[in-house]
Design a protein around this ligand. Structure first.
Ligand code: AMP
Ligand code: AMP
Length: 337
């Protein structure tokens, strides 16, 4: 069997252009599964050999037999968990790249924290009780799309006044870490057991990233101002070189720790998302156990992949490369979940 006997398929959103382009570069036929009304992008850029249209992503399972017939290998990205939920992703019977079991650990805030702390990764302090608030905190609502409604406070009284608007909603009170929010993109190869840093990004979020353009004095003129963290785009960033050592160590520990709760452990692309403080600690508030859209600026590769590969290597292409090598070595099962 070779690459032409399979089809690389993904949902048409998030990082699909990159995934499909990378798959084509590695010699695979490609398929974009699009929501009705959202095909334009995937027709405009010539990366999908075929486009399947669904009324909504919720109907994903209605085409599963076609996917199995095509020997499709599904590449998950942010939209899979966002639109299908990790439980339904578990039910996918078509070939699926990556370990489905880790999705539950990244989707559940308590399990995610347990994973990170068992890997000795520093995480923000959590305040179980508002009486304990003794520093700036960020109050995050579960399932809040784009961080809508999140607020920052440092006093119990202010917290109680503001939380009153969110009756019945589940939330977490997390220490606010002042520093530079950074997203580090990794790839762990189950074939070679090697960890690679692929790239890093900074998000541009609306409307919080507009605040720096308005003086604090003038911010008060926005009476009903509510900050939100809706991601609009991603900016490339290259880390100070002396930070790479810490990032490599952290990535390795996270992969190692994942083997304690699933037999195959975490593999393929993943991201650590956190804040780097002035004393150069990386405090991690989230882990994504699949490709993140912050890799999109690097379709032609990043400064880090340029050091390792003599060809353009995006994270999407790196996924397809791993699948191609697995097929060639007759080890496909090792990269499927
Ligand atoms: P979308 O298909 O744009 O609705 O995005 C699906 C999920 O991925 C949502 O949870 C988004 O917040 C997230 N997402 C989409 N694009 C990006 C991006 N460029 N950076 C970070 N997250 C993203
Ligand atoms: P999240 O919904 O956890 O992805 O958080 C949305 C955004 O809030 C992130 O992209 C960061 O900019 C910011 N953020 C989240 N947690 C913290 C934290 N503990 N300290 C500082 N900023 C944070």
């Amino acid at each position: 069997m070779g690459t032409r006997d399979f089809t690389i398929a993904t949902l048409g959103s998030h990082s699909a252009l990159q995934i499909l382009k990378g798959a084509k570069d590695e010699g695979f036929p490609t398929l974009a599964i699009c929501k009705k009304g959202a095909t334009r992008t995937y027709q405009s850029f010539p990366v999908a050999d075929e486009i399947l249209v669904l009324p909504s992503f919720q109907e994903f399972f209605s085409i599963e037999v076609d996917l199995i017939r095509k020997n499709a290998i599904i590449i998950p990205h942010g939209s899979f968990v966002a639109y299908l939920g990790y439980q339904r992703v578990q039910q996918i019977k078509a070939h699926y790249f990556g370990n489905k079991d880790v999705l539950e650990w990244e989707s559940n805030r308590d399990k995610e924290r347990q994973w990170l702390t068992s890997a000795e990764v520093q995480v923000p302090k959590i305040f179980k009780n508002p009486d304990e608030i003794d520093r700036p905190v960020i109050v995050k609502f579960y399932g809040a799309q784009g961080g809508r409604g999140y607020f920052i406070t440092s006093k119990k009284e202010d917290f109680e006044r503001r939380i009153a608007r969110h009756l019945g909603e589940q939330y977490v009170i997390q220490e606010y870490i002042l520093g530079v929010p950074i997203y580090v993109h990794y790839f762990y190869s189950p074939l070679t057991k090697e960890l690679e840093i692929m790239s890093c990004d900074i998000r541009y979020e609306s409307n919080v990233d507009a605040l720096g353009r308005i003086m604090a004095r003038d911010q008060a003129t926005f009476e009903k101002f509510d900050p939100s963290y809706v991601v609009i785009g991603n900016k490339p960033v290259v880390l100070r070189e002396s930070l790479l050592n810490m990032m490599l160590e952290m990535g390795e520990k996270v992969v190692q720790a994942s083997k304690n709760f699933t037999s195959k452990g975490l593999f393929g692309p993943f991201s650590l998302e956190g804040v780097i403080t002035p004393d150069q600690h990386f405090i991690v508030f989230e882990i994504s156990a699949r490709i993140v859209a912050g890799t999109n600026p690097y379709i032609r590769g990043s400064p880090y992949t340029a050091l390792r590969y003599d060809e353009p290597m995006s994270t999407g292409r790196r996924i397809a490369r791993e699948i191609r090598l697995a097929i060639e070595q007759d080890r496909l099962q090792e990269v499927l979940g």
